[in-house]
Ligand binder design. Sequence first.
Ligand code: XMP
Length: 537
Amino acid sequence: MTNPTTSRGWYAREEFVADIHSEKILVLDFGSQTTQLIARRVREARVYCEIHPCTMPLAEVKAFSPKGVILSGGPASVYAEGAPTLDPGVLQLGVPVLGICYGMQIITHLLGGVVARGERREYGPAKMTVGSTVGPFRELDTAEPHQVWMSHGDRIEKMPAGFTPLAFTGNSPVAAMGDPARRIYGVQFHPEVAHTPEGAAMLAAFVLGECGCRPIWTMHNFVEATVADLQTRLAGKKVICALSGGVDSSVVALLLHRAIGENLTSIFVDNGVLRAGEVSEVAGVFRDAFGVNLRVVDAAGEFLGRLKGVTDPEQKRRIIGHAFIEIFEAEAKRIGQAGGNVDFLAQGTLYPDVIESVSFKGPSAVIKSHHNVGGLPEKMQLKLVEPLRELFKDECREVGRELGLPETIVSRQPFPGPGLAIRIMGEVTKKRLATLREADAIVQEEMRAADLYHKVWQSFAVLVPVKTVGVMGDERTYEDVIALRIVDSVDAMTADWSRVPHELLAKLSSRIINEVQGVNRVVLDISSKPPATIEWE
Ligand code: XMP
């Protein structure tokens, strides 16, 4: 995790506080696409925060007991019918409030100022001059202009009583405003996005300096506090965990292993559609290096049997999902029969899956639809333990490092639950799996060698269901086509094909055609998402 600010030495000391949630910030969501980024910047400043809908009742806000409140941006106009608002009591709690974009406009509207429809949208970079170093600007230089990212239609026509302008740009005479007596601030720009280079430092200044939170939300503290909590909650209980080899379930397994040791059984199901070397790698790390109580279930034959003749992608997903649940259940039963009744199922749910924004449909309300172990807990009547529920993905990785998880697992690219089955167009057979596995291993190897594996979002091979003509020596060939899919993305919701160097593509092509038997052609997928998807099925 990056340290957004160092000038004050806020991060100089690692302070261990068992109650890592004792000092927290509330982020109220008005539907902005970047609300999660606000929360991530606050967490990077080592302060715990949660996102809740702007409609959160005042009593709940009070019960949450925040040391400060941040109001997100949003797509609406404050005067529009049904425009989202917040309980004005939030502005009277006496804790600092920072409104971002729409958040600033709603403060203005509620406190008696005037918001005007901008004649034109201001979108993009702007140079901002700071006149007053208070609130989020307490660390900023007034002599030099600062680059900020604007994205708004409406603007502040008249500030509420008590407010003064803190900064201006060419287009916005009130790019930021504040009432230092009430400790309420508003910024017209977006400090949470990377296009505002000093934005993270501004948010850190707000939560640490203005709100007075101590920087105790560190992943070291998280591990210590969570292990202690799990030890209390799960004392004498048996827990099972489905290990997939992905970072989330790996971190869950290690965290629980540290907390309850042998009382955790991790189950790794070889579904026959894993990548080359995956089973031995996972067994090597968890069983051999960490001493985790691990069961590897070889169910490859069972899965492939059920997939025989199936070509429809959704049917493949269903078959794999159901087979997984059955096998996992049977394994859990076996553990139960062996004497230890299982009480809990551990899952690697992350915070973005938990955030259920909102009273209106903003983009932040979209909830991920891929659940690999969906339906398991209800069916098995197990209680759930989800120790990563509060973490963003980058925090989960940080916890993995803290626990000593090797970098090969910590920074692994995402791999879908249905595995190679949805990267083989058409029927999944042993022979076709072997072809794709070999090609895929070459892609992984070359991406790492080119130092690009961690820079792209995903890079993999796809087996295309057509044969094409080629020539090898004097012989005519009629063989398989491998497609390369290499994409850049931040959250998999949108993606673009990565502009990797031609030399790398040349190497991938020649290695795959020379080394993978039965392949005579390699093509590159140059589609973005949308309208294409990342996976081919
Ligand atoms: P798409 O293909 O929808 O993929 O653009 C977005 C992200 O989700 C992954 N993906 C899956 N993950 N089960 C999973 O666990 C699935 O059925 C599944 N389908 C796609 C994909 O690899 C990408 O990261």
